[in-house]
Each structure stands twice: as structure tokens, then as C-alpha cells.
Design a protein around this ligand. Sequence first.
Ligand SMILES: [Zn+2]
Length: 239
Amino acid sequence: MMSLPPFVDAHTHLPFVANVDSIALCSFMAGELTMEAQPEMISVGIHPYQLLQKQKEDLFLLLETDLQHPRIWALGEAGLDRSIAVPLEIQQEVFIQQALMAEKLQLPLVIHAVRSFDLMMQAHKKIQPSVPWIIHGYASAMSTARPLLNKGFYLSIGVALFDKKRPIAQSLKELPLEKLFFETDTATLSIEAVYAEAAKILNMDVDVLRRQIFANFAACFKNSLDGTGLEGPYATFNR
Ligand SMILES: [Zn+2]
């Protein structure tokens, strides 16, 4: 029997309970990470919310320290959020600087975007990134996704799938599977449950989905995966 690759939780803030069937990219805000942090796959970044409390210079110092952790797999979440009381110019400056760091470090960028896909497209055009840009918590319609997909963004989808009033419960069927991830973010349910809901909506065998999403993960994170024992998209993650 061919072994199945693990479920991939592309974005979680909760302590990840390791098991043989799933892996998770655990997200920390700048200054939250200690060198003792245990997760095998870590992303760290300056969240726009942090700009409500701290000066950007201080946050970048914290981020520089956090990036010394030996198991950094991605930068983020970083982003742009029109719903908070932080001037957009400051948010853009901090986002662009982090996107450039992601380029330099060759790390995928995990993105928080609230009512700011237009600005995200502008930033993408300006930077022309070589690393994957992954929009986390994507919950909108296909028409909104299309320009992002055309530019090569990946979309990570979470618990909004369970809310049938949200556009994603429909648009999932139209989104290209090879550009998707799933995530739990701050929700306490398992990543398996998110995959199961997606498979139900797509009327697809969850094992097929599992192989496809892991292949996406392998493509996005190929730099970090080197040396971990991965032998192609069907191998189990060697821990
Ligand atoms: Zn998050």
C-alpha cells in the first residue's frame, strides 16, 4: 500500500500536537518566539496588529532575533489590514520590508490581508517575488481570487469553509487545487476536519486531496525540505 503524505496545516497559532498524520507551520508574532520553541516548522513575522502597540523599529529588532531560530520555514504572517487603526503607509512600509527579507532569506511569505488585495497586488508588482506568497484565511469569491491566482499567489483556506454563508464554501469548487492550502489558524478543530469538509464540498476522496496539498507544500517549501528525508510528494515527512 502506498503510504499517504501527512495532512498539512499551513497556518496555526495554537501549540501543535504532533502526530504521525499531520504537520503544521506554527505561526508566531515577532517577539513571541523563544529559542526553546519546539515546533518543527515555524513562521515568524510582524503582524499588522502589533503596530497598534509597538514601534516598527522595535518590532524589526525582535524579528531579527526570532529569525535566528533554527527551524524557521516561512516569514509571516505579515500583511495589510484596512480594518485596524494603523496608517496604511506604515503597514505598507513594514510589509514591503518583510517581503524583501523573505526574498533575501528565500522563505515563503505568509500573508494576512484584510480588505487589501488591491494593495497586495501592488506590492507583488513592485517586488516581483521569487518566493511563494501565501494568503492565509482566504474566504472570498472566485472573482476575487482570479487576479491573485494569475500572479501566482497561493491561497490557504480555513474554518470559513464550514460557514455556508461565506463565498468560499462555493468558490472552493472553482479554485485550482494546485494553488491551495488548508489551515486551522486560531480554531481548535483538527486540520483533518478542515480537509474532510473540503473533500465533501469538492466531492473528492480525501486521500486525493491529501496528496495534492502535500505536493503543493513540497513545491512551496522545497528549500526547507532539502535534507529532511523527503523523497518526492508521496513520501511521508521524515521526523
Ligand atoms: Zn493567523
